[in-house]
Design a binder for this molecule. Structure first.
Ligand SMILES: Cc1cc2nc3c(=O)[nH]c(=O)nc-3n(C[C@H](O)[C@H](O)[C@H](O)COP(=O)(O)OP(=O)(O)OC[C@H]3O[C@@H](n4cnc5c(N)ncnc54)[C@H](O)[C@@H]3O)c2cc1C
Length: 389
């Protein structure tokens, strides 16, 4: 373990990192490639990670979780990614949905969902993106209206990950405020097989086991208890879930970047076409060194964001989580690009398995909030510059 890590991480964190890395090594890229090729899901890895307590490490102990926070959960995802086998659904199931329910759910919702999310037997997807809203989530139109004690939910979502394997999807909708007539955000738990809840797979050029879906909600009838927590706390709930999402996407990007960099370094050390291995040429070595520095810097910001979040500083965590997601997305894209280049022609072969990461790494730049929207956030919120939109 490097000195930097011992300064920044407790012994428990280091032990967790080492244990997850060992699990990841047993699965790794070969496992993911087989799962994707055969059209399967990561059930074995998901179940084993859950059994070892890794998936619920951030959830409250009284519901079977580990009682930790985003610091621990981000270590798990980063290390699985660094081994070549990231679990994308960790970003949504324990991180967003688990957090929102643990912090804002009713007792009944906590009892129904948290033990399963913690032991991996239940999974929840998260749907906010809409075709006509995209980055502008103020524009979402999925609307819930009362029908007796029930809710009727209508709208469309796009790019929602893992809806086919998730037991339910946490849908961000709006209800009409009775007093002001204004639409306000609210979150609903929609079971996978609810009537009127349709899904169509979106065909992405992504080499990943988790698929994305367009969702059509056509007057989906939901009982009163499908609404998460309090009708007036939707915005708070949303923000409470979005910071973990950004921290975990940073972990996803850092893990993938580390995996690609590791492959490239190994290759550069041994591949020889002149007198010395290609890694001795600075044109190859320096970009790899830069990639390593960028990934380390991104991790520092991710650790800061996780710490602020775990200490209950939602506002401070908001800025840090955005910056961590930005830094990790950029570091991931650059590390993958340089890794592919380092391998020359082999960078594009299926055998070395790096080329497909070019598309995968772009996910960390686009989702859940794009690079530009983070730059907008920092421009306006941090620097106080005026808005153009
Ligand atoms: C693999 C994958 C998985 C995903 N999983 C989920 C999921 O589980 N749940 C979910 O809800 N969503 C999910 N998404 C959706 C994702 O969050 C969105 O794609 C993302 O928020 C961007 O929205 P958009 O695609 O509509 O792009 P748009 O909003 O249309 O943006 C297009 C481009 O314009 C830029 N742009 C937009 N507005 C501005 C502005 N004001 N200033 C400067 N530039 C701007 C953007 O940065 C971007 O480059 C997923 C996406 C992918 C690719």
């Amino acid at each position: 373990m490097s000195t930097a890590r011992t300064v920044l991480e407790t012994e428990e964190h280091q032990a967790l990192r080492a244990a997850v890395a060992a699990l990841g090594k047993r699965y790794g890229r070969a496992y993911m490639t087989t799962v994707v090729r055969e059209g399967n899901h990561t059930d074995e890895l998901w179940a084993e990670a859950a059994k070892l307590g890794y998936l619920g490490v951030n959830l409250p102990e009284e519901y079977g979780g580990g009682g930790g926070g985003m610091a621990e959960l981000s270590i798990v995802l980063e290390e699985l990614g660094a081994a070549g086998s990231p679990l994308l659904m960790m970003i949504v199931s324990p991180a967003i949905c688990g957090t929102v329910i643990a912090r804002f759910g009713t007792d009944q919702q906590k009892r129904t969902w948290l033990p399963g999310l913690a032991d991996g037997s239940l999974t929840m997807a998260f749907g906010i993106t809409e075709p006509d809203a995209g980055s502008n989530s103020h524009r979402i139109t999925t609307t819930a209206r009362r029908d007796g004690d029930d809710w009727l939910l209508t709208g469309r979502k796009v790019f929602v990950s893992g809806v086919d394997i998730a037991d339910a999807t946490l849908i961000v909708g709006r209800t009409e405020d009775a007093r002001s007539g204004k639409l306000k955000p609210c979150l609903f738990i929609v079971p996978r097989d609810a009537e009127g809840f349709g899904r169509n797979r979106i065909d992405l050029e992504l080499h990943a086991p988790e698929k994305q879906f367009e969702l059509v909600l056509d007057d989906v009838r939901l009982p009163a208890e499908a609404l998460v927590g309090d009708e007036d706390a939707g915005l708070l709930q949303l923000f409470a879930g979005l910071n973990p999402e950004r921290i975990m996407t940073a972990a996803f990007g850092i893990g993938m970047g580390r995996f690609a960099l590791g492959r490239a370094v190994e290759y550069a050390r041994t591949r020889q076409v002149w007198k010395a291995p290609i890694g001795s040429h600075q044109a190859i070595a320096h970009p790899l060194a830069t990639a390593h520095i960028d990934l380390e810097l991104a991790r520092l910001m991710m650790q800061k964001a996780a710490r602020l979040y775990d200490e209950g500083d939602d506002i401070g965590a908001g800025e840090a989580a955005n910056m961590a997601k930005y830094a990790a997305g950029e570091a991931c894209v650059k590390a993958v690009d340089q890794a592919v280049h380092t391998l020359g022609g082999n960078g594009l072969t299926r055998e070395y398995g790096l080329a497909s990461l070019i598309t995968a790494s772009r996910v960390a730049r686009i989702a859940p909030v794009s690079r530009e929207m983070i730059l907008n956030y920092v421009s306006h919120q941090t620097l106080g510059l005026p808005k153009s939109y």
